[in-house]
Design a protein around this ligand. Structure first.
Ligand code: C2O
Ligand code: CU
Length: 459
C-alpha cells in the first residue's frame, strides 16, 4: 500500500507522542526561561528570557522570496509576541501586541507565517513590554539570503548588545520602569558583548574576505565602532543594499535596532591584532570582537566588492510633491513637555509624569485610538521629525523602509531606523505601499514605553 501523507499522519495519531501532533507542522520558536553565563567566569550565571534556550536566540536563515514559518510557543510566565524587525511584512504578522495581535498568553502559541520579499540582515525580538523583554534576552538575528550571494569566504553575524547585570547575583538589574532611565538616555548596560559573549572571538586568515552583519540589539546604547587590522566597505544598511559599496574610513555609528553589512578583508598578518572595537563611555576604544589571525588565505588582497543585488521596490518616487507631516520629538529630562495627549486626554507635565509618560510624538504620548496619519496605499509620504529634546532618538517605522530627504532634496539610503540627534531635523520619505497599522516609535525602548510610540494607517 502506498502511504499517503494523510494516512501517515492518521497512523501516527494512534501512538502517544512526546510532543503535540500539531508541532510537526511548523518549526517552533520557544520563549523560555533559561540560565546563561553572560558575565565572565567567576561571576554568577544570569537567569534570562530566551528563544530556544540561547542568548541571542538562534540565527534564523531563509531564502529571499520564500516563506518563513515559526510557531511561537510561550512557556514564559508573561504574555509575549514576536516582531520581525525590518521585514516588509504582512501586517497581521508584525507581532505588535495591542495593535496587530493580542499578546500570546503563557502556555499558548501563535503561528507566524509570511513571505520574505527582501534579502538582507534583519532581526526578531519581543514586541510586548519590549523594554523589559528585549533586555532580558528575547531577540535573535534573521538573515534573508540572496539567490546569488556576494563573493566572500565567510558570512558572520555579530549581534551587538549590552546587559545591565548585578555582579554579585548575576541577575539583570530590574529597573526597567525606572523614571530616571526612561526620562533620560535609557537603559545602558554594564557589560557589552557580541552573540551573547563578552569575549567574542573569531579566527581568520590574512586576506580572507568576510561579510560581517552587524546588528545593534541593545535597548538604548548607540555604538561607535572601528575596525582594526581589517579594511572594508559598507554594502547594506538595515538590510537594504547600497547602490555603491562605501569604503569604511572612520567611526561607524550603529543606533539601537540598526544593521550594517560590511565586506571586510583581513589585512593584519598572523599574530597581529585585528577585530572590531567600540568606543567606551570613557572615550577609550575597547575590543568588542577579537579576530585572531592564523595563516594566510591568499597572497594578495582582492579589489573592491560589487554592490549587493538590489531588492524589489527600493525607489521612493514623487517625494518633492508629497505633503509633509510634522512630527516633533518632545519631552524628557531637562526639557519636559508643556502638555500632551495621553489616553484621549490633554495632560500637563506633572500629570504625564505621574502616569509614567515623559515623551511625546507630535503632541501625543503613547498609542492613541487614531493614527498619526492615514495614508492611501501607494501614496508617497514625508514625515519631518524635529528633535526638541536633549537626547538622541532612533526612530523606527514598521512595515516599510524610508529614505532620509536631505535639505537639498537628495535622498539617502533606504532604511528602517534613523538616528535623530538633539536639535536636528530629519525628514523621512517613503511609499506607503504596505496596507495596515504600522508602528512608528523610538527604538530606545524605555522611550518607546514612556510616550515615544505612535502609529500610521495605510488603507
Ligand atoms: Cu524593532 Cu517596533 O521594533
Ligand atoms: Cu528616544
Amino acid at each position: 500500500m502506498k502511504m499517503t501523507r494523510r494516512a501517515f499522519c492518521a497512523g501516527l495519531a494512534a501512538v502517544p507522542l512526546a510532543r503535540p501532533a500539531q508541532a510537526q507542522d511548523m518549526a517552533l520558536l520557544t520563549a523560555k526561561a533559561a540560565t546563561v553565563q553572560l558575565a565572565p567566569g567567576g561571576y554568577p550565571a544570569t537567569p534570562v528570557w530566551s528563544y530556544d534556550w540561547t542568548i541571542p536566540g538562534p540565527v534564523i536563515r531563509a531564502a529571499q522570496g520564500s516563506r518563513l514559518e515559526r510557531r511561537l510557543m510561550n512557556t514564559l510566565e508573561v504574555p509575549t509576541s514576536v516582531h520581525w524587525h525590518g521585514i516588509r511584512i504582512d501586517n497581521a504578522m508584525d507581532g505588535v501586541a495591542g495593535l496587530t495581535q493580542n499578546a500570546v498568553p503563557p502556555g499558548e502559541s501563535f503561528d507566524y507565517a509570511f513571505k520574505l520579499p527582501d534579502a538582507g540582515t534583519y532581526w526578531y525580538h519581543a514586541h510586548t513590554n519590549s523594554m523589559e523583554q528585549v533586555a532580558r534576552g528575547l531577540s535573535g538575528a534573521l538573515i534573508i539570503e540572496e539567490a546569488t550571494p556576494p563573493d566572500v569566504d565567510r558570512d558572520e553575524v555579530l549581534m551587538i548588545d549590552d546587559w545591565l547585570i548585578d555582579p554579585d547575583t548575576g541577575l539583570f538589574i530590574d529597573n526597567f520602569a525606572a523614571p530616571m532611565l526612561r526620562s533620560h538616555g535609557g537603559q545602558i548596560g554594564n557589560l557589552v558583548g557580541v552573540n551573547g559573549r563578552y569575549d567574542y572571538r573569531l579566527s581568520a586568515r590574512q586576506n580572507e574576505r568576510l561579510r560581517v552583519r552587524l546588528i545593534n540589539s541593545a535597548n538604548a546604547r548607540i555604538f561607535g565602532l572601528k575596525l582594526e587590522g581589517l579594511t572594508g566597505w559598507k554594502v547594506a544598511l538595515d538590510g537594504m543594499p547600497l547602490d555603491t559599496p562605501e569604503p569604511v574610513t572612520d567611526t561607524l555609528v550603529l543606533a539601537p535596532a540598526q544593521r550594517m553589512d560590511l565586506i571586510v578583508d583581513v589585512i593584519a598578518a598572523e599574530g597581529e591584532t585585528a577585530g572590531l572595537l567600540f568606543a567606551a563611555a570613557d572615550d577609550t576604544w575597547r575590543v568588542l570582537a577579537d579576530v585572531s589571525v592564523d595563516g594566510r588565505a591568499a597572497s594578495v588582497p582582492r579589489g573592491a566588492p560589487q554592490p549587493l543585488p538590489r531588492n524589489p521596490r527600493m525607489e521612493v518616487v514623487g517625494v518633492d510633491a508629497a505633503p509633509v507631516l510634522e512630527m516633533p520629538l518632545q519631552g524628557g529630562a531637562m526639557r519636559g513637555l508643556e502638555s500632551a495627549t495621553f489616553n484621549g486626554q490633554r495632560l500637563g507635565w506633572q500629570e504625564l509624569v505621574e502616569k509614567g509618560q515623559y515623551w511625546a510624538l507630535a503632541g501625543q504620548a503613547g498609542l492613541g485610538d487614531t493614527p498619526l496619519a492615514t495614508l492611501s496605499r501607494g501614496e508617497t509620504a514625508r514625515i519631518r521629525t524635529t528633535n526638541d529634546t536633549i537626547f538622541p532618538h532612533a526612530m523606527h517605522l514598521h512595515g516599510m523602509h524610508f529614505r532620509v530627504r536631505r535639505a537639498d532634496g537628495r535622498l539617502g539610503p533606504l532604511r528602517d531606523t534613523v538616528l535623530v540627534m538633539p536639535n536636528e531635523t530629519t525628514e523621512i520619505a517613503f511609499v506607503a505601499d504596505n496596507p495596515g497599522k504600522w508602528l512608528l516609535h523610538c527604538h530606545m525602548l524605555g522611550h518607546a514605553a514612556s510616550g515615544m510610540t505612535n502609529w500610521i494607517m495605510v488603507t
